[in-house]
Design a protein around this ligand. Structure first.
Ligand code: GUN
Length: 264
C-alpha cells in the first residue's frame, strides 16, 4: 500500500509538471496577523511546498494590533488583484478580529482554504483524506464510517463527502459517552478522528480490517502525537506526524491549481 509520503511526492511532481508548462504561474497570498510559533511553522511549510512546485508565494505580515477593518480592507484589495489567484488568512487571528467575518470576506474563487460557506473549494483536510483513499482505490460503498469531530472544516464536510461515496456515516464528538463510542467503533470500517489529544482513543478496540485516519495532532514536550496509539493491528493507520498533515498541505496546492483551471 502506497504510504502518504510517497503519495505526496508523486502528486507534487504532477503539479510541478503542470506548472512548468504555464506561462503565467499561479500565486498564493498568505496573510499573517498572528506571529506565534505554530503559525510561523505552518506558513514556512506552505512556502516550501509552493516553491517546490512553482507556485508564487507571497506573504503579507501585519502587526498583531491590526484592526478587523484594516484586515478586511486588505482582503478587499487582494480579492480584486488579478495577480493573486488564491488567498489564505492564517488562523488563529488576534482577539480583536472576528474570524468568521474574515473567512466570509474572501471571495469564493480565491478561498483555497474552503472556509467560506460559498467557497469553490473543498476544505484541505477532508479533501486530502478522500483523495488519498481514492488513490488507494478504497471501496467506500456501504462502509460504516465513524467521524469523531463536528467542526465546519473537518467533520461536517467529511459527512457530505462520505455520504456521496455511499458510506453509512456516524458523527461522534466530545459529548459522546465512552459506552456509545465503543458501540459505534465496534462496527466501524473507517474511523476518522480529529480530537487532538494524545492517544485519547487508546482505550477502544477496532476491527482488524478497519482503516484509521488520524487527524489529531497534539504536542507534548515538543513531540507530536495522534489520537490513536501508533501501529495498531488494523488494515491501515495513518501516522502522526507524517500523515494527514501532509495530505492537507498537498490539498492546498491542488486547490490553488483548481482555481486557475478556468483562467482566473
Ligand atoms: N491555521 C492552522 N491551519 C490552518 C489552515 O489550514 N488554514 C488557515 N487559514 N489557518 C490555519
Amino acid at each position: 500500500m502506497l504510504d502518504i509520503k510517497s503519495y505526496v511526492v508523486i502528486k507534487k511532481q504532477e503539479i510541478k509538471e503542470k506548472i512548468s508548462k504555464l506561462v503565467i504561474k499561479p500565486c498564493l497570498c498568505v496573510v499573517q496577523v498572528n506571529d506565534d510559533e505554530a503559525s510561523c511553522a505552518y506558513i514556512r511549510g506552505k512556502k516550501k511546498d509552493c516553491e517546490e512546485v512553482g507556485i508564487i508565494f507571497k506573504l503579507i505580515k501585519l502587526d498583531a494590533n491590526t484592526s478587523e477593518k484594516e484586515l478586511i480592507g486588505l482582503i478587499d484589495k487582494l480579492n480584486l488583484d488579478d495577480e493573486i489567484n488564491a488567498i489564505l488568512v492564517q488562523m488563529p487571528l488576534p482577539k480583536q478580529i472576528n474570524e468568521d467575518k474574515i473567512k466570509q470576506s474572501i471571495i469564493p474563487r480565491k478561498d483555497v482554504d474552503g472556509f467560506n460557506k460559498l467557497s469553490n473549494y473543498i476544505p484541505c483536510t477532508p479533501k486530502g483524506i478522500i483523495d488519498y483513499l481514492d488513490y488507494l482505490k478504497y471501496d467506500f460503498k456501504s462502509k460504516n464510517a465513524v467521524i469523531i469531530n463536528r467542526s465546519n472544516i473537518v467533520g461536517k464536510p467529511l459527512v457530505n463527502l462520505l455520504l456521496n461515496k455511499d458510506c453509512n456515516v456516524v458523527v461522534l464528538h466530545s459529548k459522546t459517552s465512552k459506552k456509545d463510542m465503543q458501540y459505534y467503533l465496534n462496527n466501524a470500517d473507517l474511523v476518522i478522528s480529529a480530537i487532538g489529544k494524545k492517544y485519547i482513543l487508546s482505550e477502544y478496540n477496532f476491527k482488524k480490517d478497519t482503516v484509521l485516519i488520524d487527524v489529531g495532532i497534539s504536542r507534548v514536550d515538543g513531540k507530536l502525537y495522534g489520537d490513536f496509539l501508533p501501529n495498531l493491528d488494523v488494515k491501515l493507520q495513518t501516522p502522526v506526524p507524517g500523515g494527514v498533515g501532509l495530505l492537507t498541505r498537498l490539498s492546498l496546492l491542488e486547490n490553488v491549481m483548481e482555481g486557475i483551471k478556468d483562467g482566473i
